[in-house]
Design a binder for this molecule. Structure first.
Ligand code: ZN
Length: 414
C-alpha cells in the first residue's frame, strides 16, 4: 500500500490532465479483490489490514472487501479467519470498464460509456442549453484544487425556486463512477420527458431539483489520472504525508462521535481535523442550509456505490430512528420494488447504521436533523462486489434505468 500511494502521490503533483497518461497510473494487473472475514473485536487487525492492502473497498463493514497485490495475498490470508476471491484480476476488470468515448451533444448514447471530468461539465451545459426555460446551471463553491462544484437546477410550472427542494449529490466518493452517470440520467429524464410524460411533468411541477453529479471533482479527476480506486478528496493534512478527507465523514453533525469514521489521515474514512473542514463539505452544507431556509427540503438523495442498498438515518447511532421512520421505510420499499420490477436487481433497505455500518459526520444524518429534510436517503448502486466500483460500461444503462425507476417512485411518494 505505502509504496503504491507514495509513487502515485509524487506523480499527482506533476500534472492535472483529465486524460490518463501511460506510466503514471497505479497498475492493478494481477491484484485480487478479496472478501475477508475478521474475528470479533479486531480493531487492531483492521489497521494491520489497511496497512497491507492497496485499498479497503467498503470501510466500516465486518466483512471487508479489499484489493491486494499478489505479493501480499499470503500475508493477508494469514491475518483473517476466512477469505474469498471476489475478483481474480482487478486490472482486467478495469479494462472491462471500457474506453472513454468522444463527447457528442447530449443523447442516450452518453450513458453507454464513462467520461472525463471536462465532458461531464459539457454534458450539463449542453443539456441545460436545450431547456433554458426550466433549468439553470448553478455552482456551490470550490474544491481544494479550485474546481467548481457544478450542478443543474430543474423546475416546472411554478417557476424557478417556487417549490420544495429535492437535492441530489453524486460521486462524493471519487471511485464511484456509476453515480455521476446515474444522477445525470435523472436530470436527463426530468428534462427530456417533461413535455411528453405526464408522470414526469407532475413531479417536475411539484419540486425544484438541484442535481450535482460530481461533488468531489478533485478526487474524481485523480481516479482518472493516478489511481482508479481513490475515494477521498485531495486535501493535505498538516504534518502527515497521507492525503484526503472523506467528505462523507466530514459533515458538521455528530462528527465528534467515535466509531463511524477514522482519525487516521491515511485511512479511507479519515474524518478531517474539524467538522466541515473540507471545502467541498462546506459548499454542500451551505446548499442544504440555504434551501432549508427558503422553500424547505422534501427529499435528499446521496448516490453512492456499491452494495445495492437504500439507507436512511441514522448512521451515528444504531438504535435511533427518525420521527418518520415508517414513512422512510414505505418509500424505500416502493423504490426497492420499482427497481426489482425493471431488472430483478435486489436491493436491501433499512436505517443505515443497523443495516450497513456506523457512519459519523455523514450526509443523511445532517440533512435529516440540521437540514430538516422530510426524507433523506443514501443509495448504494450496483453491484454487490464482483466488479465493485469498476462496473463495466455495458452495465451503465441497465443501472441508470433501474435506479431511475426507484427514484421516480420516491419523487411521486415524497
Ligand atoms: Zn460512497
Amino acid at each position: 500500500m505505502k509504496s503504491i500511494l507514495t509513487s502515485a502521490l509524487l506523480a499527482s503533483t506533476a500534472f492535472s490532465s483529465v486524460v490518463p497518461r501511460a506510466g503514471q497510473k497505479v497498475d492493478y494487473d494481477g491484484f485480487k479483490a478479496l472478501r475477508v472475514t475478521l474475528p470479533e473485536g479486531s480493531e487492531n487487525l483492521k489497521t494491520q489490514i489497511e496497512d497491507l492492502v492497496a485499498h479497503v473497498l467498503n470501510p466500516g463493514k465486518k466483512e471487508l472487501d479489499v484489493v491486494v497485490a499478489p505479493k501480499d495475498i499470503a500475508a493477508l490470508k494469514a491475518l483473517v479467519i476466512e477469505s474469498k476471491v471476489i475478483n481474480e484480476d482487478v486490472g482486467a476488470a478495469l479494462k472491462e470498464e471500457g474506453e472513454f468515448k468522444a463527447y457528442a451533444v447530449p443523447s442516450e448514447s452518453w450513458f453507454t460509456a464513462y467520461h472525463p471530468y471536462a465532458d461531464h461539465l459539457q454534458f450539463l451545459r449542453d443539456l441545460q442549453a436545450g431547456y433554458t426555460s426550466n433549468s439553470a446551471i448553478f455552482t456551490l463553491g470550490n474544491s481544494v484544487q479550485g474546481r467548481t462544484l457544478t450542478g443543474i437546477q430543474i423546475w416546472g410550472a411554478g417557476g424557478r425556486g417556487s417549490r420544495p427542494a429535492v437535492i441530489i449529490h453524486g460521486n462524493v466518493h471519487a471511485r464511484e463512477w456509476i453515480t455521476s452517470m446515474t444522477t445525470e440520467y435523472f436530470a436527463w429524464q426530468l428534462l427530456t420527458k417533461y413535455a411528453s410524460d405526464a408522470n414526469v411533468k407532475a413531479i417536475v411541477d411539484k419540486f425544484d431539483f438541484y442535481i450535482t453529479p460530481i461533488v468531489n471533482p478533485d478526487g474524481f479527476v485523480y481516479t482518472q489520472t493516478n489511481d482508479r480506486l481513490w475515494r477521498k478528496n485531495r486535501q493535505t493534512v498538516s504534518g502527515n504525508t497521507c492525503v484526503g478527507r472523506d467528505i462523507n465523514r466530514n459533515w458538521p453533525y455528530k462528527w465528534e462521535v467515535t466509531g463511524g469514521a477514522s482519525t487516521n489521515p491515511c485511512s479511507e474514512t479519515y474524518k478531517g481535523v474539524a467538522p466541515g473542514d473540507a471545502p467541498e463539505n462546506r459548499a454542500l452544507s451551505a446548499q442544504v442550509n440555504t434551501l432549508r431556509d427558503s422553500r424547505g427540503i422534501r427529499l435528499y438523495l446521496d448516490i453512492h456505490s456499491y452494495g445495492q442498498y437504500i439507507l436512511w438515518p441514522y448512521g451515528y447511532n444504531c438504535n435511533l430512528r427518525p420521527e418518520n421512520n415508517a414513512q422512510h421505510q414505505t418509500l424505500a420499499q416502493r423504490a426497492q420494488a420499482a427497481i426489482r420490477a425493471v431488472s430483478g436487481t435486489a436491493y436491501t433497505i433499512g436505517p443505515s447504521c443497523s443495516t450497513l455500518y456506523a457512519t459519523t459526520g455523514s450526509s443523511t444524518d445532517y440533512t435529516d436533523v440540521t437540514g430538516n429534510a422530510t426524507y433523506s436517503y443514501t443509495y448504494e448502486l450496483r453491484d454487490t462486489g464482483t466488479y465493485g466500483f469498476t462496473l463495466p460500461a455495458n452495465q451503465i444503462q441497465p443501472t441508470v434505468r433501474e435506479t431511475w425507476a426507484g427514484v421516480l417512485s420516491m419523487f411521486k411518494d415524497a
